[in-house]
Design a protein around this ligand. Structure first.
Ligand SMILES: Cc1cc2nc3c(=O)[nH]c(=O)nc-3n(C[C@H](O)[C@H](O)[C@H](O)COP(=O)(O)OP(=O)(O)OC[C@H]3O[C@@H](n4cnc5c(N)ncnc54)[C@H](O)[C@@H]3O)c2cc1C
Length: 408
């Protein structure tokens, strides 16, 4: 019987361990935390966006780095397979806006529980509180894994699924990169990706979430990103799906900080919006301007919009001129922010960089350099956009690695 050791009990490692055991291998899963999937609990704001209900081609389009590498594993174990996999474990899922798939209960803990049941059913020997220190290699082949307590766990194959470096408090702090380097692999420098953006402007808008807004980011007047969706203001700037994706597009690619334009009313042209404002103003003619925008905007953002549109808040609405109204429309269609930085690993949803995929076989995740050594999940130099794509990457690569490591 083949002995397989999987290092790291996140989604990729759990999937790899279970898949290897299903092939008849004796599998040991080492997780340094005292529970599995610590990061999973906080995914999707505690709801866990497990995948995106898309065909493999769409999944590939949403992989930001090394998308081509993902072809075989997405085709072998795509989002349909993930949804069916969880259904077989008793987890009912639902599809939300943009194809995002969540547990019907909205509880990420149900996803972790289902994965725990998968390991139990597959008879994986799960060892919690057990940190791996290195992979033991002899004559170009894996022979075991050394733990931090000095124990050697013998193995014919080892799967390194220790995650990236983002949210290091959850356990993923870069050990897998070290294991990869020690075994002769190259690492693309790890960088925080999908991070909040820090802006120059100071508004009291923390916690304000805006839906259906359009963001355009420009550098030296050139549009580098334009998309519609949801965003949220933070203490130092902005975050939410639109901004996280923007961060992935701009960080490390452009040296200059972009100007971010938020169209608060993207469904209306300037003319249509002016007509709408005029209607609102007619209904509120005797109010002060400062009290007249409640039909148009969430209350919290009104002072900030007033600030930028040059109409005194005490001015009576009936006295507002056509030009002033045009200024308000411009402010609503172009609420401007200036990016001055981005969050670090502590705030990054995912890590860009990792084990060089040219040294890994895409169908099996086995190293091209060391026999029986596999990589899965965020440890690899593959990262996706928001929308469930990163967990899909973890599940697909984990499945491919385990299926191969546990096979004959
Ligand atoms: C706040 C947040 C929200 C997110 N939301 C989503 C979402 O909704 N949908 C989505 O698709 N993606 C989401 N992601 C990204 C997603 O969680 C990760 O891409 C995914 O967890 C990566 O899986 P992994 O198994 O490769 O690594 P991880 O989940 O990081 O797991 C790695 C595991 O390895 C263990 N480990 C590390 N070193 C060792 C060692 N030496 N010995 C033993 N064990 C070790 C760690 O403790 C950890 O448990 C989110 C990320 C964050 C931070």
């Amino acid at each position: 019987m083949k002995n397989v050791v999987v290092i790291g009990g996140g989604p990729a490692g759990i999937m790899a361990a279970g898949a290897a055991a299903r092939r008849g291998a004796s599998v040991t899963l080492l997780e340094k935390n005292d529970r599995l999937g610590r990061k999973l609990y906080i995914t999707g704001k505690g709801r866990c966006n497990i995948t995106n209900a898309s065909d493999p081609e769409t999944l590939i389009q949403n992989v930001a780095t090394n998308a081509r590498f993902m072809y075989p594993s997405f085709y072998a174990f795509g989002s349909d397979d993930v949804i069916r996999f969880f259904k077989d474990l008793g987890l009912v899922t639902k599809v939300e806006r943009g194809g995002r798939v969540f547990p019907a209960s909205d509880k990420s803990s149900d996803v972790v529980d289902a994965l725990g049941a998968f390991l139990k059913k597959a008879r994986v020997n799960t060892r919690l509180g057990c940190k791996a220190r290195g992979v033991l290699i002899k004559n170009g082949k894996v022979i075991g894994v050394k733990t931090a307590s000095g124990e050697t766990v013998g193995a014919d194959a080892a799967v390194v699924s220790t995650g990236g470096m983002s949210y290091p408090l959850t356990g993923s702090d870069g050990d897998g990169y070290r294991f990869a380097k020690e075994s002769g692999h190259t690492i693309s420098p790890p960088r925080p990706s999908l991070t909040p953006i820090i802006v120059k402007e100071r508004f009291d808008l923390e916690g304000l979430s805006l839906r259906n807004v359009e963001i355009t980011a420009k550098i030296l007047k050139k549009i580098v990103y334009k998309s519609m969706g949801e965003m949220v203001f933070t203490a130092r700037g902005v975050s939410g799906p639109l901004i996280l994706t923007l961060s992935r597009v701009i960080i490390g690619k452009y040296g200059l900080n972009p100007e971010i334009n938020i169209d608060l009313k993207p469904a209306l042209t300037e003319r249509e919006l002016d007509a709408r404002v005029l209607r609102d103003f007619t209904d509120r003619a005797n109010r002060d301007f400062g009290n007249g925008l409640d039909g148009l905007l969430p209350r919290k953002i009104i002072p900030a919009v007033i600030d930028v549109c040059d109409i005194p808040p005490g001015k009576k609405i009936r006295d507002i001129t056509k030009e002033e109204r045009a200024g308000l429309v411009r402010a609503l269609k172009g609420f401007k922010l200036t990016a001055v930085g981005s969050g670090g690993f502590d705030e990054a949803i995912v890590t860009k960089g990792g084990v060089n995929v040219s040294e890994v076989k895409p169908a099996t995740m086995e190293s091209r350099l060391v026999g029986g050594l596999y990589f899965a999940g965020e440890t690899l130099d593959v990262d996706g956009f928001t929308g469930g794509y990163n967990l899909q990457i973890a599940f697909s690569t984990g499945w491919a690695a385990g299926d191969s490591a546990g096979g004959d």
